[in-house]
Design a protein around this ligand. Structure first.
Ligand code: E4P
Length: 218
């Protein structure tokens, strides 16, 4: 499963990329607001940090014509931009036009398997089902991922399932078990994956015994 960082914080992106943990980045208008940066500038900087890896940048218009105009600006930033469009009829129309033109598209705000089916039919590179927001309203977001996986496999769709709105390590574990193609998570959640009390205890024990040897390395 590919790991994308769900952030517009370039320091975090650099840090995770240096550890070899990143395969791409996703942003959205709320994350751009949180970063307090100019949208086009920060997306360019992110694209340079992870060259060749998909970087999702979202258009904000709701009608096809304006979405296409915004997509023109966004996709010129770098070759690795995936234009992010909402799961609406105009968004799907934009998806089809951009895909036909060789641009990666991430269809976002997916909350049902039928919506994911539409995204695949429109040729999306990625579909983003939001598991955390689904959980928030009393549904199991992972049931949605299972349904989409089944449907995409039934028909050999190429669209990649990008599990979004990830809130904790268990979401990542479940996404990997189901066979999602990609997950995107806040950097803090990706860092949580490394934590295990037995790892910490093991390090403590080894260092304590090493100190008793009186030796140094090098
Ligand atoms: C990513 O593409 C989504 O925009 C993001 O994961 C949404 O996460 P949230 O529900 O925590 O805002």
């Amino acid at each position: 499963m590919k790991f994308f960082a769900d952030t517009a914080d370039t320091k975090d992106i650099r840090d995770l990329a240096d550890a070899g943990l990143l395969d791409g980045v996703t942003t959205n208008p709320s994350l751009i607001h949180k970063a307090g940066r100019n949208f086009l500038e920060v997306v360019k900087e992110i694209s340079d940090i992870v060259p060749g890896m998909p970087v999702s940048a979202e258009v904000v218009a709701l009608d096809y014509e304006t979405m296409m105009k915004e997509a023109e600006v966004v996709r010129k930033i770098a070759d690795n931009i995936a234009v992010k469009v909402p799961l609406t009829i105009d968004g799907l129309k934009t998806c089809k036009a951009l895909t036909d033109d060789g641009t990666m598209v991430n269809v976002t705000l997916c909350f049902s398997a039928n919506q994911a089916l539409l995204a695949a039919k429109a040729g999306a590179t990625f579909v983003s089902p939001f598991v955390g927001r689904h959980d928030d309203v009393g549904f199991d977001g992972m049931d949605l991922i299972e349904d989409i996986r089944l449907i995409y496999d039934n028909y050999d769709f190429d669209t990649q399932i990008l599990v979004a709105s990830v809130r904790h390590p268990v979401h990542i574990l479940q996404a990997a078990k189901i066979g999602a193609d990609v997950m995107t998570a806040p950097p803090a959640v990706i860092r949580q994956l490394v934590k295990h009390p037995l790892t910490d205890k093991g390090i403590e024990g080894f260092l304590s015994d090493w100190a008793k040897t009186g030796q140094t390395i090098g």
